[in-house]
Design a protein around this ligand. Structure first.
Ligand SMILES: Cc1cc2nc3c(=O)[nH]c(=O)nc-3n(C[C@H](O)[C@H](O)[C@H](O)COP(=O)(O)OP(=O)(O)OC[C@H]3O[C@@H](n4cnc5c(N)ncnc54)[C@H](O)[C@@H]3O)c2cc1C
Length: 418
């Protein structure tokens, strides 16, 4: 078996790996993406496609651990931790508790906001320059509350956004109903985020892959990386069943699978898969005009010209591949409470995906402190679509220059000794 060589190998063909590949190609590097299955086989396929500079709050907000513990016995709760004993999952949750305070919240929210805002700008430029049709809709997003007490208790959301320079409008029930006629009666109020947007994730992934190929990048599909060969402090070869590859640098962008590969290098990424589900329908007879976050139910509704998607749940059940139909039914029931028409005539897809969740809910972007030619680009949790463009800009800048505009230090893997 002969070895193929390129400047950079990117492991993982999701939105993060493909975006990094594209930016590296544009910076003049030769790039090979190695993908276990096919591009978009992971979380980047059936997600809700919202692009949300407004989503600054990590799930590590104070009180998160209590909520997680209360969910242990409710298999249809929006946030569910499987009670099945798994030392790795419980160690991860225990480690999360040190981030559940307002000082950490402030640090994390600021870092998320900086990356999200930069990504929103860079994504617009990317779609324009590369002529990618991802169904981008610049309509803003709405948070919808039916329970006035919950709306009151989450006023801090608007205060934090204002503090971080992200536009937000607080709406009472009448204003919200007037703004979104698809909502059923009985809404208490909400928040409008005018700078948010949405796109069809499958289209973005396909568009990125096409541009990578057009710019001369290689995408190897159905080729799981099996082994990372090392010498001294460097990765010298990436081995798959069908080929061996060498490169100056390796970018690890394997989403929720990243910890499995990193373990070969002695790196323990503080990550767990956070399973989410979605149902996609043909367009309904009364589509919402912009994506909705149904707050009490934690369900996201996104409509496009060719479909309507309901997505939700954060299930910590390890690498469990089962489709939990109870969860899908809970999503359908919740959406039916908030919307006049919550489904289209045809159910076109039932899907689940693993979000790559880092303990502090900030991604791991940047060079490894332990391996001289390893760059991490993983751990984007609930926000990979929203953060991909700025992540790619950072990775390309750190690998090939020029120095990125955004300060990379809050996302540095070295914060966990990686
Ligand atoms: C229900 C749901 C709704 C969501 N909604 C949104 C949203 O509205 N907005 C938003 O911003 N984000 C959203 N997300 C989060 C978003 O989907 C993820 O953050 C993002 O897709 C992560 O991208 P990724 O490229 O890191 O991972 P993935 O898309 O999972 O890609 C990783 C790739 O690595 C490959 N791989 C794994 N192991 C190997 C190996 N050994 N060798 C080679 N390749 C390998 C996998 O096959 C996979 O294709 C949502 C997620 C879910 C589950």
């Amino acid at each position: 078996m002969s070895d193929s060589t390129s400047d950079v190998i990117v492991i993982g063909g999701g939105v993060i790996g493909l975006s990094c590949a594209l930016y590296l190609l544009k910076a003049g590097a030769s790039v090979r993406v190695i993908e276990r299955a096919q591009v978009g086989a992971g979380a980047s396929h059936g997600n809700c496609g919202t692009i949300t500079p407004s989503h600054i709050a990590p799930i590590t907000a104070p009180g998160a651990v209590g909520r997680a513990l209360r969910s242990l016995w409710r298999r249809d709760a929006p946030l569910h931790v499987s009670p099945w004993p798994d030392p790795a999952r419980f160690a991860w949750l225990a480690g999360m508790t040190k981030f559940c305070n307002w000082a950490e919240f402030s640090r994390i929210a600021e870092a998320r906001s900086a990356l999200l805002q930069r990504s929103r700008t860079v994504l617009d430029e990317l779609l324009e320059i590369e002529q990618i049709d991802a169904g981008m809709q610049r309509t803003g997003t709405l948070y919808v509350y039916r329970d006035g007490r919950q709306l009151q208790s989450e006023q801090w959301h608007a205060e934090w956004l204002q503090r971080l320079g992200t536009a937000v409008q607080v709406l009472d029930g009448d204003e919200l109903a007037a703004m979104e006629p698809a909502l059923a009666d009985g809404v208490a109020g909400g928040f409008f985020h005018p700078d948010d947007a949405s796109l069809r994730p499958e289209k973005l992934v396909a568009g990125l892959a096409e541009r990578v190929r057009v710019l001369g990048g290689h995408i190897e599909e159905r080729m799981p990386v099996r082994h990372l060969q090392t010498r001294s402090r460097a990765i010298t070869r990436v081995d798959t069943k069908r080929g061996r590859f060498r490169a100056e640098r390796v970018v690890l962008a394997a989403g929720a699978w990243s910890p499995k590969l990193a373990r070969q290098l002695g790196l323990h990424l503080p990550m767990q898969p956070g399973k989410g589900y979605s149902l996609t329908f043909s367009p309904s007879s009364q589509m919402p005009q912009r994506p909705l976050s149904l707050r009490e139910a934690s369900v996201c509704v996104t409509g496009w010209s060719d479909g309507l998607r309901l997505g939700s749940t954060m299930e910590f059940s390890g690498y469990d591949k089962r489709m939990n139909t109870r969860r899908l039914e809970a999503i359908r029931r919740a959406a039916a409470t908030y919307l006049k028409v919550s489904e289209g005539p045809e159910l076109t897809e039932r899907w689940w995906g693993w979000r790559p969740m880092v303990q502090d809910e900030l991604p791991l972007i940047g060079p490894s402190a332990r391996w001289s030619n390893l760059m991490l680009a993983t751990g984007h949790g609930m926000l990979g679509m929203s953060m991909a463009a700025a992540t790619a800009e950072l990775v390309a800048g750190l690998c090939a220059g020029p120095a990125p505009l955004l300060d990379p230090s809050p996302y540095a893997p070295s914060r966990f000794g990686l």
